[in-house]
Ligand binder design. Structure first.
Ligand code: UDP
Length: 313
């Protein structure tokens, strides 16, 4: 199969590429390297079944070859990156999705959109099922991403309803693992890199807020299962690990991996930071036969090693 991954040089995209390329598919990676890194894919560059296309998804795309499947990931995804140029983020979500959808229509390709748990905002329902409509502040600093992704989801469903396009929508919860950027500002990468560099771990707020962390290897399996699921699975599907940790508990997990007592430094909580987050994954379990198998304490091991090698290069 010919498979296009938009945003394929990013953390999720490059892990997905590594997996799909082993299945002997021809992989087309499209990325403008805004937050993705070409070095994530340097080991693929010599392969016959690999093409890298540098392109900004805000502009219409053209590829001569037939494309069977599209994983549409392109978008800055960490709060630090998506808030650094919020207008760019909204344009990437909305114009980027429109361009991908028109391209999918032209190629008659099946297209999977990676939406986000951010569509639930600062949730009042816990854990969050797909049926929850969310609690997003439309004027806050996270709105560019949250509302951008919500608008993109609506475009996906409108293309399905108006043109019969074969679509899938995944809502990704916090994910971690090798090939994350050390400077992406997310909590797992920050805490591990701070621990390796022997500087205090920066906790925003009091550290009681919770997140549920999914290892990238589990997520990639979920994305592939959703992409290859039947046309009856039309609704959005949460993909995430339901094991919930407060940030103070995450510090303890990283202390175990690094085998040292870690100092912490409390800083201001950013605006609209969700207080709790945990996916309800009943749909993924029942309809896709998917659930994560990697516990945080295990998954942090290869992630720690990856950052250790990155920082000591
Ligand atoms: N956070 C933190 N210290 C950091 C980075 C993040 O305390 O160095 C907090 C952040 O405020 C949030 C949680 O960790 O409450 C998860 O943040 P992240 O940026 O990883 O992703 P989010 O789930 O907020 O999109």
């Amino acid at each position: 199969m010919n498979i296009l991954i938009t945003g394929g040089a990013g953390f999720v995209g490059s892990n997905l590429c590594n997996n799909l390329i082993q299945d002997q598919h021809h992989i087309f990676i499209l990325d403008n390297l805004h937050s993705g890194r070409k070095e994530n894919l340097s080991h693929c560059e010599h392969l016959k079944n690999f093409n890298f296309i540098e392109h900004d998804i805000r502009n219409p795309l053209t590829i001569e070859e037939d494309i069977d499947q599209i994983y549409h990931l392109a978008c800055p995804a960490s709060p630090k990156f998506y808030q650094s140029d919020p207008i760019y983020t909204t344009e990437t979500c909305v114009l980027g999705s429109l361009n991908v959808l028109n391209f999918a229509l032209q190629k008659n390709a099946k297209v999977l959109f990676t939406s986000t748990s951010e569509v639930y905002g600062d949730p009042e329902v816990h854990p969050q099922p797909e049926s929850y409509k969310g609690s997003v502040n439309p004027t806050g600093i996270r709105a560019c991403y949250d509302e951008g992704k919500r608008c993109a989801e609506s475009l996906f469903y409108d293309f399905h309803r108006m043109h019969g396009l074969d679509i899938k929508v995944a809502r990704l919860f916090n994910t971690y693992g090798p090939l994350m950027r050390s400077d992406d500002g997310r909590v797992v990468s920050n805490f591990i890199c701070q621990s390796i560099s022997e500087i205090p771990l920066t906790i925003y707020g009091d550290g009681t807020q919770t997140r549920s962390f999914c290892h990238i290897d589990d997520l990639v399996i979920g994305l592939k299962k959703l992409m290859n699921s039947g046309s009856d699975i039309l609704y959005p599907v949460n993909l995430g690990n339901p094991d919930e940790f407060s940030l103070l508990e995450l510090v303890k997990e990283i202390e175990k991996i690094s085998s040292k007592k870690l100092e912490v430094e409390f800083q201001l909580l950013p605006m609209d930071d969700p207080k709790i987050r945990k996916p309800d994954i009943q749909l993924a379990k029942i309809k896709l036969g998917w659930e994560p198998s990697i516990k945080l304490s295990d998954g942090l091991i290869d992630t720690y090693e990856y950052f250790f090698n990155q920082l000591n290069r």
